[in-house]
Design a binder for this molecule. Structure first.
Ligand SMILES: [Zn+2]
Length: 300
């Protein structure tokens, strides 16, 4: 999976890298700028060092985004691994991404392939530069992706019942999971499932009624003030939350709610995430979940 994240709220770049006496955090010269991979500006010694440092800020672009590629081997004994990280101002082009892919694949083949297996494709957040390369990957004669020997659906999208098109084929699973959960936050388009409906109010109610250790939700998860809150949507569709929603339905007091719609919807989103990130499911179980999720949205 790969994505660019804004570092505005994180560490302030650039900074001095003492081991090599360089400044890191710039992504290339301002003139005719293109992002440069692994740029380090030498500092050195002498009387003009200070002005050299000041000039570096004038002549170079500061990268305020980090581009990161992570690998999740889906094995209990292998950790999730950041295999690539780079600074960028987010004005990079597809060839820059391709350079990373090729570099990463070379290193992967040397260090990881024997243990984890080959790189067979690239998931991303759907940014147009990466998407362009992914399409080439899927369709090119010399593509690195291993394709199924199958003429049917292998790269497609899902149309939600309210008419929005979501590319569930080419974006990375956390993005898609977040998009699916986002539908709950929209008060203008309630999600209707037969005689039931899925809504955020049910989740807000369990946050209010039950202690944190029963659902593990944070306040921001149920109000969604921060659109970069990635963990929130995943907590929202956890099995703990589904269990609390069932308890809400079984209550005998005024707080009782019909939560079947919300539970079902969150269950399907959780299944979708599990297809890609569960450490315990075997391949057959993943295929079963793929079918379940796919037909749920298709029939809905
Ligand atoms: Zn740049």
């Amino acid at each position: 999976m790969q994505a660019c994240r804004n570092l505005a709220h994180g560490r302030i770049f650039p900074r001095w890298e003492s081991r090599r006496d360089t400044l890191i955090g710039f992504c290339g010269q301002k003139d005719a700028h293109t992002c440069h991979l692994g740029l380090e500006v030498a500092v050195g010694s002498g009387e003009d060092v200070y002005s050299h440092i000041v000039d570096s800020f004038g002549t170079n672009v500061m990268g305020s985004y980090a581009r990161v590629v992570t690998v999740n081997p889906l094995h209990e004994k292998l950790p999730k691994l950041i295999v690539f990280a780079s600074i960028t101002c987010s004005s990079f082009v597809a060839s820059w991404v391709l350079e990373h892919w090729q570099l990463m694949k070379r290193e992967w083949d040397v260090h990881c392939r024997a243990t984890v297996g080959p790189v067979i494709g690239h998931a991303s957040d759907g940014d147009s530069k990466r998407r362009k390369l992914m399409l080439v990957d899927y369709g090119g004669s010399s593509c690195v992706r291993w394709k199924l020997d199958w003429d049917g659906w292998i790269f497609s999208g899902v149309v939600s019942p309210i008419g929005d098109v979501y590319d569930l084929g080419d974006q990375d699973p956390p993005h898609n999971g977040k998009k699916l959960v986002n539908l709950l936050y929209r008060s203008t388009h309630p999600l209707v499932l037969g005689d039931h409906h899925a809504c955020l109010e049910h989740v807000q109610l369990i946050y209010k009624l039950y202690p944190h250790d029963m659902h593990a939700l944070n306040f921001d998860d149920v109000v969604r003030r921060d659109r970069q809150n990635w963990a929130g949507p995943q907590r929202l569709c956890s099995r703990q939350v589904q269990k609390c929603l069932k308890m809400l339905e079984d209550r005998g007091d005024v707080h009782r709610e019909r939560t079947l719609g919300t539970r079902l919807y969150l269950e399907v989103v959780a299944d979708y995430i599990d297809i890609f990130y569960s450490l315990s499911l075997d391949l057959q179980s993943r295929v079963v979940l793929c079918t379940k999720v796919f037909f749920f949205f298709r029939l809905w």
